[in-house]
Design a protein around this ligand. Structure first.
Ligand SMILES: *Cc1c(COP(=O)(O)O)cnc(C)c1O
Length: 852
């Protein structure tokens, strides 16, 4: 095994960015590391692999979490604060080792311990598999929120599914995307604690029988949900919350009488059918696919979670002021449940079912509790993304829930018809059921009716949902509608991924900004300080060199680190308009070819992201980008003035290397389509400038930094609407812009695919004849805006001044701010910012405590 051992110079550099260790800690960590290598991994230094060393370190760090984790949970039991449950089908966590070391403040000690052991900690960190249990922004948001809830001292729990296969690994072969299964658990997961003693039964199928005591769900098939707990450490406050993910397990007693050996063997084999429920994450981002297996995933998560929440509610420490331990009167004072999109919206009929059929409450009581408990976050207005489950399918898989949904709808429609007598249009648009050949449940409508709060994820998006998808609901219950602009955790997205910049900031303004990101404002006076400007530039070039090394090693492309790193990384989707970026690339190329001596600002344009495996157009976009890259990168006339790199297999751990190296962030969705975006915030925080439309959180970013510090172009949301209403004709733009026409003709005629001249006919056909996202309408404005970008880049002092003002203005986009707003305005809890005693400090309040 070859291993990189750090030089003294590298080690000194590491100390300067990652801090100096406490000596006592170091020897303890060395001991613990050696003990794990020996006893847990059963290896010695002669045979241990880099991966073994990673696991030895991860186990060492995990040990440091355990007391804090147990004590935090004991503390919640003793103090019985209101619990906040975040329900999400996705958690896009990425790696956990470095983040954990930082949050429990053992990073410097671990660095030193491994250095003394002759090991390179950064090499070990690279061995960790990403927990890729998400598709993109929605899943990453859930992960940032867990970090912030722990940091703010909120008694928060993340509930979700433990997919055995996360988001696929993307391979590019012959310019095309191939999907490889993400077998992330192959070597084991050092962070999770399985809890096979707490299995929870979840029923599917069967039918409903009326009985004197109410409806009975009979002949159901039972699947067990097994919890796996992972620690969620807050930032240096000794709080460790829990993320509980469910894994499907087949019951052992499914059928006890077999007539022959073959039947027995088959029965054991069939256990897989139940366990398949949590096998794999659906790789769709912003698109709904109404599969039975996905419905079963959603219900397994929701049912196991609600049963667990109710168990915890009932076993809470009995408060003397409360009505009684088993009464549900205090439920909504003790429990808040946030639905991350409609994916977990079956929680609404499921809570109704449990409260009525299991706990014996009346409909009205159960309904009041339900609506006071749930809050719903909407993440998109794209119609193809809204969940509309076939009534027939729900009837088949969850017969009792279909009854309950019909009953919720009947009562809801009765109220509507009293408010709007004789108005059948109102009944139709507000109904939870969409009539038609195949009747469907509109899950967004169910979520709105069953919640006391509905929020969008950026100011513009929250306004749009009130005018579009939920227009009539807004008229009915305006008080439900709120905005909660998304955020990102500054721990992962600055402290961890960009230690150079992080240290530079701390040198100037101290370290409070890590938990109070607004304090970055204090950097504003340094925006014109030449020394600070130079230091920021140095950090940026170091980050660029590091990314250039990775790109050369992984993709065998040499890039010019003096060129502008112009980056668009996000899921590939037509609405995000990677095609617009592609048209700009070809335009630049044509300008160089037309005049080989043209003076242009050198750019390395990088695009990365996964396409859903069944999304043909998104896959074609990847193919086109790679084909264009092939032609441009191999054209000697171009030299190092223009390079195009497709960043294969974009994921959280790759984002952490890409984003700190960016000069320019591309946020170019059609105005009104990107609900918020969070990638935009990560780039801003890391000192890139943004070129973008007035969409999602870009609008608020501009408000924070001032419009002179961002490159905004193209139609705004109103102009987009007006153009749709007038009728968009792409041919008008094609015919009136010669450069655009050339670019489109090249794509159409096989200039980038000479062996398959028809390869991109379908792409061109969409752009010319069926483009919902109005790419051509923004082309000219985009090209002109890019020229402004290039002009500014030629003035490095001025460019960096704006970068510093971007960083200084990014405080609003901390997920700490977002979570504090959810806490106060939706959940009815106050962030405590409490620091719990460290493991070696006296326990005080947690004596005799019992964790649950
Ligand atoms: C932040 C993030 C996203 C979301 O990016 P957007 O540009 O907001 O769509 C997607 N994937 C990964 C890996 C991320 O880290």
């Amino acid at each position: 095994m070859s291993r990189h051992v750090q030089t003294d110079a590298e080690r000194r550099k590491q100390i300067s960015v990652r801090g100096i260790a406490d000596v006592g800690n170091v020897s303890e960590i060395k001991q613990s590391f050696n003990r794990h290598l020996h006893y847990t991994l059963v290896k010695d230094r002669n045979v241990a692999t880099t991966r073994d060393y990673f696991f030895a370190l991860a186990n060492t760090v995990r040990d440091h979490l355990v007391s804090r984790w147990i004590r935090t949970q004991q503390n919640y039991y003793e103090k019985d604060p209101k619990r906040v449950y975040y329900l999400s089908l996705e958690y896009y966590i990425g790696r956990q080792l470095t983040n954990t070391m930082i949050n429990i403040d053992v990073q410097a000690a671990c660095d030193e311990a491994l250095y003394q052991l002759g090991l390179d900690i950064e090499e070990l960190e690279e061995m960790e598999e990403d927990a890729g249990l998400g598709n993109g922004g929605l899943g990453r948001l859930a992960a940032c929120f867990l970090d912030s809830m722990a940091t703010l001292g909120i008694a928060g729990y993340g509930y979700g599914l433990r997919y055995e296969y996360g988001i696929f690994a993307q391979k590019i072969e012959n310019c095309e995307q191939l999907e490889e299964p993400d077998d992330w658990l192959r070597f084991g997961n050092p962070w999770e604690k399985p809890r096979p003693e707490y299995l929870i039964p979840v029923n599917f199928y069967g039918r409903i029988e009326d009985s004197p005591t109410g409806p009975k769900w009979v002949d159901a098939m039972t699947v067990l949900a097994m919890p796996y707990d992972s620690p969620v450490p807050g930032y240096q406050n000794n709080v460790v919350n829990t993320m509980r993910l469910w894994s499907a397990k087949s019951p052992v007693n499914f059928d006890l009488k077999f007539f022959n050996n073959g039947e027995y063997i088959q029965a054991v084999i069939d256990r897989n059918v139940a366990e398949n429920i949590t096998r794999v994450l659906y790789p769709n981002d912003n698109v709904f696919e109404g599969r039975e297996l996905r419905l079963k995933q959603e219900y397994l998560m929701v049912s196991a979670t609600l049963q667990d929440i109710i168990r915890r509610y009932k076993t809470r420490k009995f408060g003397s002021t409360e009505p009684s331990r088993t009464s549900f009167d205090a439920f909504s004072d003790k429990v808040a449940i946030q639905l991350n999109d409609t994916h977990p919206a079956l929680a609404i009929p499921e809570l109704m079912r449990i409260l009525m059929d299991v706990e014996g409450l009346s409909w009205d009581t159960a309904w009041e509790i339900t609506t006071k408990t749930f809050a719903y976050t909407n993440h998109t207005v794209l119609p193809e993304a809204l969940e509309r489950w076939s009534c027939g399918l729900i009837q088949h898989v969850l017969p009792r829930h279909m009854q309950i949904i019909y009953e919720i709808n009947a009562k809801h429609l009765k109220e509507i018809s009293e408010k709007y007598p004789g108005n059948v249009d109102k009944l139709r648009v507000l109904s939870l059921i969409e009539e038609g050949d195949d009747k469907k449940v509109n899950m967004a409508n169910l979520a709105v009716v069953g919640s006391h709060s509905v929020n969008g994820v950026a100011a513009i998006h929250s306004e749009i949902i009130k005018k579009s998808v939920f227009k009539d609901f807004y008229e009915l219950t305006p008080e439900k509608f709120q905005n909660k602009t998304n955020g990102i955790t500054p721990r992962r997205w600055l402290v961890m991924c960009n230690p150079g910049l992080s240290d530079l900031i701390s040198d100037k303004i101290g370290i409070e900004w890590i938990v109070h990101l607004d304090q970055l404002q204090k950097l504003k006076p340094f925006a014109t300080n030449v020394n600070f400007i130079r230091a920021v530039q140095t950090v940026k070039s170091e980050n660029k060199m590091r990314l250039a090394e990775i790109i050369e090693k992984q993709f065998n492309i040499k890039i010019n680190v003096a060129s502008m790193f112009d980056i668009q990384v996000k899921r590939i989707h037509e609405y995000k308009r990677q095609l617009l970026n592609c048209l700009h690339i070809i335009t630049l190329y044509n300008r160089i070819k037309r005049d080989p001596n043209v003076k242009i600002v050198p750019r390395t344009i990088m695009i990365g992201g996964k396409a859903a495996p069944g999304y043909h157009m998104a896959k074609q976009i990847i193919r086109l980008i790679n084909k264009v890259a092939e032609v441009i990168n191999n054209d000697p006339v171009v030299g190092d003035r223009l390079k195009v790199v497709f960043l294969e297999n974009y994921r959280v751990s790759f984002a952490e290397k890409i984003i700190p190296a960016a000069d320019l962030s591309e946020q170019i969705s059609t105005a009104g389509t990107e609900a918020s975006g969070t990638g935009n915030m990560k780039f801003m925080l890391n000192g890139a400038l943004t070129i973008g439309t007035l969409d999602g959180a870009n609008v608020e970013m501009m408000e924070e930094m001032g419009k002179e510090n961002i490159f905004i172009f193209g139609m705004d949301e109103h102009e987009v609407l007006a153009l749709h209403q007038k009728g968009y004709n792409a041919w008008d733009y094609y015919n009136s812009n010669a450069e655009l026409r050339t670019v489109i003709d090249q794509i159409n005629n096989g200039f980038f695919s000479p062996n398959q001249p028809d390869l991109f006919k379908d792409v061109v056909n969409v752009l010319l004849n069926h483009d919902r996202f109005l790419v051509f309408a923004d082309y000219e404005a985009y090209i002109q805006c890019q020229e402004k970008v290039s002009e500014l880049y030629m003035n490095p002092q001025e460019w960096t001044r704006k970068c510093i003002l971007n960083i200084a203005s990014s405080g609003k986009f901390s997920s700490d701010r977002t979570i504090a707003e959810y806490a106060r305005e939706i959940w009815g809890v106050e962030p405590s910012w409490e620091k719990l005693p460290a493991p070696h400090e006296p326990k005080e309040l947690v004596e005799n405590g019992k964790a649950n």
